[in-house]
Write a protein that binds this ligand. Sequence first.
Ligand code: RFL
Ligand code: PHB
Length: 392
Amino acid sequence: MRTQVGIVGAGPSGLLLSHLLHLRGIESVVVEIRSRRYCETRIRAGVLEQGTVDLLSASGVGARMAREGLVHHGIVLRFGGRDHRIDLSGLTGGRTITVYGQHEVVKDLIAARLNAGGDLFFEVQDVEVLDVDTPAPRIRFGRAGTAEELRCDFIAGCDGFHGVCRPAVPPGVLTAYEHAFPLAWLGILAQVPPASEELIYSSHDRGFALLSMRSPELSRLYLQCAPDEDMNGWPDKRIWDELRRRFERDDAWTLRDGPVLQKGITAMRSFVVAPMQYERLFLVGDAAHIVPPTGAKGLNLAAADVMVLTRALEAFYATGRTDRLARYSEVCLRRVWKVQRFSWWMTSMLHRSNDGEFFDRLHRAELDYITGSRAASTALAENYVGLPFDDD
Ligand code: RFL
Ligand code: PHB
């Protein structure tokens, strides 16, 4: 088999890249180790920046998101028993965020690729990327028991943090920068209408909690826990009791419970590799960087990488110019580090730390400052709705 761009991974990065390339007349093939069903039902991110929404809409995959996505104009920071609203739209000239599940974005992108006759191969095995330092890189994989080889001009490693593309780069080329937070999130998806119209980030002495949603009937809730927390120690009743305590407010605020449909633990990590490219292999999204979820940025950052790579490939195929491809990593990393900073800052400010009472008091002062100063709330708001996209 032969294509122009071989894409490893059918998460949001790989699917969006394949879709945007197709709109520009560039061929790609996507190989994915999991099943289509698995990709379409994996519950992960939920908050889309305005820029991500605009990109999806402008590329023709925004119709269902426009109908079912929930547009939000603000978020709530809850601490000291009170709510402090950050008026995202008022502080950013009218920008908004949209709550629409990542798996819904994935469904829409898979449907668009299949309708356009795109090649998506699910449930492949033993994926290997080869010859990326030659003009003819290859992806080797097994499909229904048969060994296949895909020859390409370029390979996009969109295979997430645990994929095979980043490890395929020879030793010594990439530098990894990382920080593991000594905390994790226990997340649930529950069949109960969200107790608030807007997201609530609650910083409490017992630990952080977050109230989000997926639809008017489905709540998504998270609790700060230990990185090695045992899920067996958390029957549903204990989760709801703990959530109620961490969302307590001076007046009577109530959190109704409901059937828990899914639960899981997510470690909190910051990770970046540089450069994000080696010869004809480009690392995109979680394959190149991870942010802790507190800033709601991972998926949005992946979409920004995809945009930069799409434009660079478009320039290459239109005129043969390689300068944009050569600058892919540098352009992406500028945004990546700003987003790392924001995600680290939100995480440190909102969670109960193990660093001692001094730091907890500093974080409380920071929350007080953020919510009391228009300049400081604006800094939070402009990062939360998404920094402007700048790919020069
Ligand atoms: P993904 O989604 O991990 O997709 C990678 C795909 O590659 C496949 N794969 C392979 N395919 C072929 N060969 C191999 N050898 C392969 N190895 C792996 C995998 O099966 C998978 O299908 O990476 P991608 O596309 O870069 O997308 C990144 C996002 O998924 C991620 O950044 C976000 O989910 C992060 N995130 C959030 N981001 C936001 O923007 N807003 C949020 O509100 C938000 N909340 C979250 C989050 C992530 C969370 N978890 C579970 C980590 C909340 C949580 C709890
Ligand atoms: C989510 O809805 O899953 C979500 C929302 C906001 C975050 C992280 C996750 O910061």
